[in-house]
Design a protein around this ligand. Sequence first.
Ligand code: C2E
Ligand code: MG
Ligand code: MG
Ligand code: MG
Length: 292
Amino acid sequence: QSKADGGNTFHLFSTKMDHHVKETVALEAELRNAIEHDQLELFYQPQIDLRTNEIVGAEALLRWNRPDYGVVAPNVFLGTAEEVGLILPIGEWVIFAACQQAKKWMDMGLETPRIAVNISPTQFRKQNVPQLLKDALVSCSLPADKLEIEITENIVLHGSDATVRDLREIREMGIAISIDDFGTGYSSLAYLSRYSVDCLKIDRCFTRDMMTDPNNTVIIKAIVGLGKSLDLSIIAEGVETREQAEYLKDAGCEMAQGYLFGKPVPAEDFARLLEEQSSNLQGHSQQRALAG
Ligand code: C2E
Ligand code: MG
Ligand code: MG
Ligand code: MG
């Protein structure tokens, strides 16, 4: 009996493994194809200054226009991309595409905010990220202060002295560094003094329930306080309601990102947002000039 059970269990397990391997192999082939056939696209989500309501940044978020499937979200394929090593060419593509886009907006005469790209910890372990960023800035003639990278606390967990050096080099180039999903990692806070960073992104899990769960408002206030005393900027992710935005502003959080202000959109749509903003601002200053 027990032998038979064992046999069964093994059978089920190996079938599952088999399935996983087959899926991974299929997805890998399609992802390779996606890179070659221009199926990857960056969407851009506005980051807002809560005091002025102006767009002060844009996060570049990866999308895969998969034939017969439509637009696929990054969480669906980045895991496999990590597993099979494709995260490296994809990550490189993301950096160059974001820099190219930012330069394009500048050349169109748009008031272009800083563009933030997400960088996987694997890239830091396996690639020379400072060099990649430098190459992208040079080849696109993009000023470094138009670029920001988002890394997670995991990078610190697995981080080596080389990572510390890389981050310092990146910051010395004038590129800003944000800690993404702040408050959800397992690392100690000690890294905040060891790793030179510029900004903390309060994870969506805290903003999501803040109006109903008082513990989350306590955590948000603590993160804002921590950020202020370390001279870091703070941005809240996943802001969906006016109420949340008001609360965050009162708590001293300077910036926000979320569906309330805008979902991630294709580059052309984001350019339109920038155009609207600058014509609104011009309108205001003309009104002021007329009034004065
Ligand atoms: P993230 O970097 O924390 O990005 C924020 C995610 O929250 C995005 O999901 C965004 O669409 C979503 N979001 C923003 N505002 C709201 C809101 O108000 N409500 C809700 N429900 N969601 C909101 P997305 O685009 O699906 O990306 C998921 C994750 O995939 C990202 O989380 C990031 O970790 C990763 N990712 C995306 N693009 C890249 C990339 O180019 N490279 C790497 N390495 N990772 C990426
Ligand atoms: Mg991010
Ligand atoms: Mg995040
Ligand atoms: Mg996240």
